[in-house]
Ligand binder design. Structure first.
Ligand SMILES: NC(=O)c1ccc[n+]([C@@H]2O[C@H](COP(=O)([O-])OP(=O)(O)OC[C@H]3O[C@@H](n4cnc5c(N)ncnc54)[C@H](O)[C@@H]3O)[C@@H](O)[C@H]2O)c1
Length: 261
């Protein structure tokens, strides 16, 4: 019997085995949760289907979050093939590479629209589509990053999208609180994934954390997954509208040591 025995979770955002959502799904599975997955498109379909098969044959649904039609199909497919949800994991983000370096004021209208749609509106849209499937007391979580509230050079447009996402977490928590449904964000430290590699100078960020953070190390996807288990479990029953940092304490450092060599 694990911490999530009997819980039913929908996991979005698995693209490959380096995805944060992959580590979360694995941990949920180990803790006894029943899983369902979404995937973005054909490019990642095989990988997600293989993984889902290894998670007790979890059902898999295509869902590009920029498509209202996909969201409706997801809602109907889940109701038909999976049933009610106790947990929803949002682990989705996108920005054009040119918007993850250089000057924020050079961001195009279309680049801004696309990134905010996929990375932030998607949480509102997913919750809107699935609210009828969420059990009272369910837990919703989204992945965010420090660049939402602090300047992280090159994170640029994604920081702006994460600021919107974190605000949504609070407003959705208010909307759903009367049903005991909790909405939180996990602010993860840097991890090497397909998405993070798009951020200009990403390896510099990875190099700074062990020198500056109180715990003197980078985090692992498992660290994030362990926190996700807690947030999905009844142990966090009174935790909502929160941004929880899993970043070795990096976010709390005001003035870093001056010698960073
Ligand atoms: N890697 C990090 O350092 C880090 C740190 C903090 C937060 N995050 C956040 O974690 C989440 C997961 O990212 P990751 O690092 O695991 O990278 P990843 O590339 O493995 O995951 C991103 C996912 O977003 C999905 N996606 C993109 N556009 C989509 C669309 N239109 N419809 C549906 N899905 C779409 C991709 O298919 C992919 O599965 C993101 O929200 C990211 O911003 C990552």
């Amino acid at each position: 019997m694990g911490l999530l025995a009997g819980k039913r979770a929908l996991i979005t955002g698995v693209a490959n085995r380096w995805s944060i959502a992959y580590a979360i799904a694995k941990a949920f599975h180990e803790q006894g949760a029943h899983l369902a997955f979404t995937y973005q498109g054909e490019r990642v379909r095989d990988e997600v289907e293989k993984f889902a098969a290894a998670c007790d044959g979890a059902p898999v649904f295509e869902c590009d979050v920029s498509s209202d039609e996909h969201l409706t199909r997801l809602r109907d497919g889940l109701a038909e093939r999976f049933g009610e949800l106790d947990t929803l994991v949002h682990s989705i983000a996108y920005a054009n590479k040119e918007d993850l370096a250089g000057r924020v004021y050079q961001t195009s209208r279309e680049g801004f629209r696309l990134s905010l749609d996929v990375s932030a509106y998607s949480l509102v849209a997913l919750v809107g589509a699935l609210v009828g499937s969420l059990n009272d007391g369910a837990s919703i979580m989204a992945l965010t990053y420090l660049g939402a509230t602090e300047i992280v050079p090159n994170y640029n447009l994604m920081g702006i999208a994460k600021a919107a996402l974190e605000s949504e977490v609070r407003y959705l928590a208010y909307d759903l609180g009367e049903r005991g449904i909790r909405v939180n964000a996990i602010s993860a430290g840097p991890l090497k994934t397909a998405s993070s590699r798009q951020v200009g100078g990403f390896s510099n960020i990875l190099g700074v954390v062990p020198k500056v953070a109180p715990l003197k190390r980078n985090i692992s996807a498992q660290d994030v997954a362990n926190t996700a288990v807690y947030l999905a479990s009844d142990l966090s029953a009174a935790v909502t509208a929160d941004v929880h940092f899993v970043d070795s304490g990096f976010h709390a450092v005001g003035i870093p040591p001056l010698d960073l060599r």
